[in-house]
Every structure is written in structure tokens, then in C-alpha cells.
Design a protein around this ligand. Sequence first.
Ligand SMILES: Nc1nc2c(ncn2[C@@H]2O[C@H](COP(=O)(O)OP(=O)(O)OP(=O)(O)O)[C@@H](O)[C@H]2O)c(=O)[nH]1
Ligand SMILES: [Mg+2]
Length: 296
Amino acid sequence: MSKAGFVAIIGRPNAGKSTLLNALINEQIALVSHKINATRKRMNIILMHKNSQIIFIDTPGIHNKEKMLNQFMLQESLKAIDDCDLVVFLSPITDNLRYYEEFLELNKKSKNPKKHILLLTKIDSLKNDEILESIAKYEVFKDFYHALIPISSTKNINLANLLDEVVKYLPNSPYLYDTEIISDQNLREIYKEKIRESVFENINKEIPYQSDVIINKIEESEEIDRIYAQIIVEKESQKIIIIGKNGNSIKNIGINARKKIEDFSGKRAFLKLEVIVKKGWSKNKKLLKEIGYNIN
Ligand SMILES: Nc1nc2c(ncn2[C@@H]2O[C@H](COP(=O)(O)OP(=O)(O)OP(=O)(O)O)[C@@H](O)[C@H]2O)c(=O)[nH]1
Ligand SMILES: [Mg+2]
């Protein structure tokens, strides 16, 4: 009998959610950044383990903010909690317990509260005795979780144990997706994330948060994908920074993004990037919808 189910990956911004999922599938699909709030939309990442199909849902980090885009991001995470079969909550091992307590409160308020697996992430950043000390602090909450697993995604510590634990809580079911695929995201969304990741890597400060990427067209052929995309920003001054002196900055973003796209697709890429100003895009329902964020 096979099993299959949806597993929501929840945690504060920067907890290591997207990195974990990339490590589990050995592919760089999800956008990862040292800056917080890198992930904006839910994304399914599909993995076969033993006789089970696990559909992980990468979610935006949970946080309180008033902007409409951030409301959308919180909604995305709450929806994932409601719709899944199992929640996996991630907390960096050095974090204050307050984030976990806030999650427990949030979970109680959910229509359909669920027991979860608790992961303490980034354990490669601490010594063994410090790890044990941190684990001990969480044990007072043991009635709330199925299991507590300390992990490192970058050093591949305990990732197989995590999968063994996850499949225990999935329902018996036929597979829900083709067993060959690793994500239900389409090429457009994946390429968009690659370009956004390059913006995060090449541009400092707040600008990545006030920008987004629209893929206008992809022409696919056997040897090369031609991608026509726009980076949208809020203000003329941000456009000037993204373009950079003598166009250096946009050039680097382009080179960087093209390499990521080629690594992913295994073929050549041509990338045409332009920068446009759309004032107030992150607060405007209609514009957000155009970019791909549907707000209820
Ligand atoms: N040392 C170490 N760093 C890690 C590990 N996992 C993630 N990181 C780093 O933590 C930062 C945040 O990782 P992400 O995977 O983007 O975090 P996220 O939870 O998806 O963040 P949002 O999408 O913003 O909610 C990145 O700089 C990662 O390289 C780990 O196991 N060890
Ligand atoms: Mg993320």
C-alpha cells in the first residue's frame, strides 16, 4: 500500500525552509537568501521516499507586517497549514523559544489544529553540548510535537531521519503526482525565482523587497531557452541602482541569473532583462495579481 500527502514547511523568515527542501531533492529550485522573506509564494516540492510520495509545501516565513504583499505571504502560510496532512515547523537552533510559542498559539487558532514535527535547524553552527542544551529547552513542549529532530541542511545531518519520520504520518493513498517530477512549478515560475535570487545576491539593502520579476515570454528550443523578463521596482531611484554605473549592476544580475538558469535547465540560456518602474506595485491588488499574487 502506498502513502502520499502534503507536508507544510513552516517557520519564521530565514529559518532555513527553502534550503532544507533544496537539500532534500538535491536541486536548487527554491529561492534561498541570507536576507529574510525570500520566499513569497507557496511552492510544492515532490519527493519519493520508500513507498511514499511526500509533497512538501515551501511557504513564506511567518511574520507580522501590514503591507498587502506581506498579508498575502501570511495567508499563503496559513492556507498551507490548513490544507496539509502534516506540519513541519523549523526553528534555527539558536533562536529564542518565542517563535515556537507564537507558532503554537497560531496553530491553536487554526480551523484544524495539527500535531507537527519540530526541526531545530542549522545545528552545524553550534557545538554538541550547546545543541543538547537547546534541545532540552524544547522538551517542555513535547506533548505538542510528534518528534523533535535537530538538522543541518548544509551538512546533510539527520535529513534521512526526517523523511523516515514524515512518512509515518502520511495517509494511505495512491501517488498524487507523476513520480518523475520534483516540483509542480512551471518553468516560468522557476526562472522567475532564479532572477529574483540574483537580485537578492547583487543588490543590497531594501531594494530586493521592493522589487519583483515578471517573465514576459520564454521561447524554448532544444539547445537554448530565450527568456524575456522585467524587473519591476517602486521608484526611479531604485531603477537607477539596479541598472548601476554604466549598466554594471544589471549586467551582473543577468550573468548570475543566466548561470542559475543554465545549471537548472542543462542547456544554454539567453536572457533579456529590463527594469521598469511600477509605483506602489506591492500595495496595489490589481498589480499584485498581474505579477502572480492573488489576494483574497
Ligand atoms: N549554517 C547553515 N546555514 C543554513 C542552513 N540552512 C539554511 N541556512 C542559511 O540560512 C539562510 C536562510 O535560508 P532560507 O532557506 O532562504 O530560509 P527560509 O526559511 O526559506 O526564509 P524565507 O523564505 O525568507 O522565509 C541562508 O543564508 C541559508 O544559506 C544550515 O543547515 N546551516
Ligand atoms: Mg524560503
